[in-house]
Unconditional design. Structure first.
Ligand SMILES: Cc1cc2nc3c(=O)[nH]c(=O)nc-3n(C[C@H](O)[C@H](O)[C@H](O)COP(=O)(O)OP(=O)(O)OC[C@H]3O[C@@H](n4cnc5c(N)ncnc54)[C@H](O)[C@@H]3O)c2cc1C
Length: 376
């Protein structure tokens, strides 16, 4: 192993440069802090995105490669865990936002107090959030305005109070969104244009270009869709205080004599192990990898891993749950045309209702099935 000098201590080290890590980097650097970001994946530029389905799906250009970085998955403790592409969020600078669609409806005020609304649910660990919708509202607004979200304020009648409208009007409506709105209207349901982190007009120096839903899902070479990669990362870099190190895999969070996080040990592009110390350590690796890193950072003092006094770290992970209904129409739907492959939604069945026999509800949305399967 080559000898490399230990890097200077910094104000904050952030593990992960995805949605939350890059957002934290923007905020901290803009407030004058020096930030080192360690990202296990590459730093792709827009030229490497596009509709190459073989590269993106078969060769894991965007998704985590299960050969080099396998994840195992089981649904109960008695089951044998199997390698599975569970939660295939891109692991690279920009994280999940590199191939997200960018739907950004807000949580409703009741989402923050579901335990109070639903009551005790045996076999669950359901609790209210320690913050309310009103606490979070200014930050929803900041993100919507940083990303140039396209939407229609007030259209979702279940949404909480907002301090500002959307920066851009809704994206053009697709034919199937029109059908969805029409159907909801006939049934007396509220529906609204799905707010999306994609520009319906030029915004903040960024141009709107027409992109297909397919291209969006495979990384967006046009920059029309907003992401951590094309918004938060450049904003943080512009301060001159963001030292972003791609291809650097953090193996462990180190602690001082008081048991407080003092830095991280990571493996750099050459495979060398380096210790980076910082006043503050921020773990922003996504749900699965954050839990894994905390559990791997165990010591005599923390035998169950870090921040795991509850023994809940790494348990009860969930991913999107989907159910679907399919409609056939006499007239053509032109699924490829319009603002993204989901452009209309309804929260009509979103709030908890005791009569339904399950906790909480779900979002209904008009979706082009062909696009979900990657067919433009
Ligand atoms: C197909 C798909 C579509 C989605 N669409 C939407 C949508 O429309 N709207 C929406 O709100 N959400 C969407 N999401 C979810 C959204 O992408 C995630 O919720 C979000 O990216 C999570 O942010 P995060 O910062 O927690 O993690 P991530 O964005 O996953 O970032 C974590 C980063 O940490 C890095 N990392 C992990 N471990 C280490 C380590 N040990 N050392 C160094 N770096 C590490 C990873 O490489 C990654 O880049 C979608 C997700 C998927 C998979």
């Amino acid at each position: 192993m080559a000898h490399k000098p230990k890097p200077d201590r910094t104000d904050a080290v952030i593990i992960g440069a995805g949605a939350s890590g890059a957002a934290a980097a923007k905020v901290l650097t803009e407030h004058g802090l020096r930030v080192v970001a360690l990202e296990k994946g590459p730093w792709r530029k827009k030229e490497s995105f596009g509709g190459d389905e073989l590269a993106n799906i078969n060769r894991y250009n965007l998704w985590p490669d299960p050969l080099t970085n396998p994840r195992t998955h089981r649904t109960s403790a008695s089951e044998e865990a199997k390698v599975n592409l569970f939660c295939p969020v891109p692991q690279m600078v920009g994280g999940g936002t590199v191939h997200w669609q960018g739907w950004l409806p807000r949580f409703t005020p009741n989402d923050f107090r579901l335990r109070t609304i639903v009551g005790e649910l045996p076999g669950t660990t359901l609790v209210d959030w320690p913050i309310t919708y009103d606490d979070l509202e200014p930050y929803y607004t900041k993100v919507e305005w940083a990303f140039g979200v396209s939407g229609q304020a007030g259209a979702n009648k279940f949404e909480g109070t907002r301090s500002r409208s959307y920066p851009c009007p809704p994206l053009p409506m697709s034919r199937y969104a029109q059908k969805f709105h029409e159907g909801c209207r006939n049934l007396g349901y509220n529906s609204f244009p799905t707010p999306q982190a994609a520009l319906s007009r030029s915004f903040n120096g960024r141009k709107r270009t027409v992109i297909s839903a397919f291209a969006q899902q495979h990384g967006d070479p046009t920059g029309t869709r907003s992401s951590a990669l094309n918004v938060f990362v450049p904003d943080a870099l512009a301060t001159g205080r963001y030292d972003l190190r791609p291809d650097c895999y953090v193996h462990e969070i180190t602690v001082d004599e008081q048991g407080r996080a003092k830095g991280v040990v990571y493996q750099d592009t050459d495979g060398d192990f380096i210790e980076q110390e910082a006043d503050v350590v921020i773990v922003a690796c996504g749900a699965v990898e954050t839990a894994r890193l905390l559990l791997l950072s165990r010591s005599g003092r923390f035998p169950n891993g870090l921040a795991n006094g509850s023994d809940l770290v790494g348990r009860n992970v969930t991913f999107h749950e989907y159910s679907a209904a399919i409609g056939l129409f006499d007239d053509p739907i032109y699924a490829w045309a319009g603002g993204g492959y989901v452009s209309a939604s309804s929260f009509e069945f979103y709030e908890h209702d005791d009569k339904r026999g399950h906790a909480s509800g779900g979002l209904r949305r008009a979706q082009c099935l062909g696009c979900e399967q990657g067919q433009p």
